[in-house]
Ligand binder design. Structure first.
Ligand code: SF4
Ligand code: SF4
Length: 424
């Protein structure tokens, strides 16, 4: 198998095809700390793309309650178990072995096996490209199973911790994990397709499935570790998230020719989502683009981390981890950068606090931002530490350098007129 560079793992890895990277890559950051599981994103996607006969079980965008929820059920536990069986005890990050060949690799290297590497050990020859499994029909039946079910006390059924608790870590906990296709840099779905029906667009890295080419073998469903390709029984072909590409490319009439964020992003009530396009280097790392908010959150502030990077697909969805959850759980889900990311998120500097205000002030894709310092408006303590708040301004710019909006740290207060004081 050819060798490719995976900066999320801090090392090269095997992948069935030679590396080829788009000019710009569709990417997104979700701030888990803000998600309220309203499912507006889920329904925005469903009502746009998967409302037809035969698509009843299809939720390209979903929000599941961790640790127990999952769509399809237990998808992550199942693939992690398969990897562990292929490489018992070896699925570890080595902090002392951080690669220096890319500044984006971080300080740790993944020493375990990816789904591509483990496939050689585990699978039969005819499907040996990717380690995966095909969920059974019933596993797709309950997309929101275990919603709001917290982690209980081990060995005691229906019992939760009865003591009150405080940050940093809760004893009784759950969190909402919003998910869409990650439009991976090394897509497992693409690698596994014997028909070459799945391709990655060179202009924006969006991963699409050509329905004319697909014959419904479901190799992509088996291979995608995030289970974001889905089989449609009445057409006998597979389908997947298309990243609302007419909006991203600005060809949807609503966009008026400018790049616009996807439906699930635009619908987000909790303002947890930001999506955009990042410039790529020829080796698959992100080209430096200091004032692109996604670049800033992932590579400068380093508060947003990939979901299960150890799987090896180099997903382009990044998450600000939930700060109340026990760290071992988060380490296995987001890798070794968790502690530093949470520490920075809980004690943000002025620029990070400003960039966090960019989320969902507009549906247009933010290409760059400018940070402007303002006056001090508060001084006090937060969790025992001194804290000062400044009324800084952040300005968002679009594709042609036009100003999309500007906003301040201090949010304006709108008073409801007395006439309508009690109405909505
Ligand atoms: S998340 Fe799955 S379906 Fe999406 S690009 Fe990655 S491997 Fe393919
Ligand atoms: S719309 Fe936003 S806040 Fe609501 S469930 Fe989706 S990601 Fe969470």
């Amino acid at each position: 198998m050819p060798k490719v560079w995976n900066w999320q793992l801090g090392r090269g890895m095997e992948y069935p095809y030679d590396a080829a990277f788009p000019k710009r890559q569709f990417a997104f950051v979700f701030n888990i700390n803000r998600c309220i599981a309203c499912q507006s994103c889920t329904m925005a996607c469903k009502s746009t793309w998967t409302f037809n006969k035969g698509q009843e079980h299809m939720w390209w965008a979903n929000v599941e309650t961790k640790p127990y929820g999952g769509y399809p059920q237990f998808w992550d536990m199942k693939i992690l178990k398969l990897l562990d069986e292929a490489n018992p005890g070896g699925q570890v990050w080595n902090k002392s072995n951080g690669s220096t060949s890319s500044p984006q690799a971080g300080s740790a290297q993944f020493d375990g096996m990816t789904i591509f590497e483990a496939a050689k050990k585990k699978l039969t020859p005819e499907s040996a490209r990717v380690l995966g499994y095909l969920p059974e029909d019933h596993e797709w039946n309950s997309p929101n199973i275990y919603e709001d079910n917290p982690k209980g006390i081990k060995g005691k059924k229906y019992e939760l911790d009865k003591e009150g608790t405080e940050l940093p870590i809760h004893k009784t906990w759950f969190f909402y994990l919003a998910r869409i296709c990650n439009h991976c840099t090394y897509p497992a779905c693409l690698a596994a397709c014997p028909r070459k029906a799945i391709y990655k667009r060179p202009e924006d890295g969006i991963v699409l499935l050509d329905q004319e080419q697909c014959r419904g073998y479901r190799k992509c469903v088996e291979a995608c570790p995030y289970k974001k390709t889905m089989y449609r029984g009445n057409t006998r072909i597979s389908e997947k998230c298309i990243a609302c590409y007419p909006r991203v490319e600005g060809t949807d009439p609503e966009t008026k020719g400018k790049p616009m964020e996807t439906r699930c992003m635009a619908a987000c009530i909790g303002q947890i989502r930001m999506q955009g396009l990042v410039k790529m280097n020829t080796n698959g790392t992100w080209a430096e683009d200091r004032y692109n908010p996604l670049y800033y959150l992932v590579h400068v502030a380093k508060v947003a981390l990939p979901l299960y990077p150890q799987l090896g697909t180099a997903p382009n969805g990044y998450y600000i981890p939930p700060r109340w959850v026990p760290r071992p759980y988060l380490h296995q889900m987001f890798g070794p950068g968790v502690d530093a990311a949470i520490e920075r998120y809980m004690n943000p500097d002025r620029e990070l606090l400003a960039v966090l205000q960019l989320f969902r002030r507009s549906n247009m894709i933010i290409v760059s931002y400018k940070f402007q310092e303002g006056p001090k408006i508060y001084e006090g303590t937060l969790r025992g530490k001194p804290v000062s708040i400044y009324n800084d301004t952040v300005i968002a710019y679009g594709k042609d350098g036009e100003e999309l909006f500007r906003t301040t740290i201090d949010e304006p207060i709108h008073e409801r007129p007395a006439l309508h004081a009690n109405s909505i």
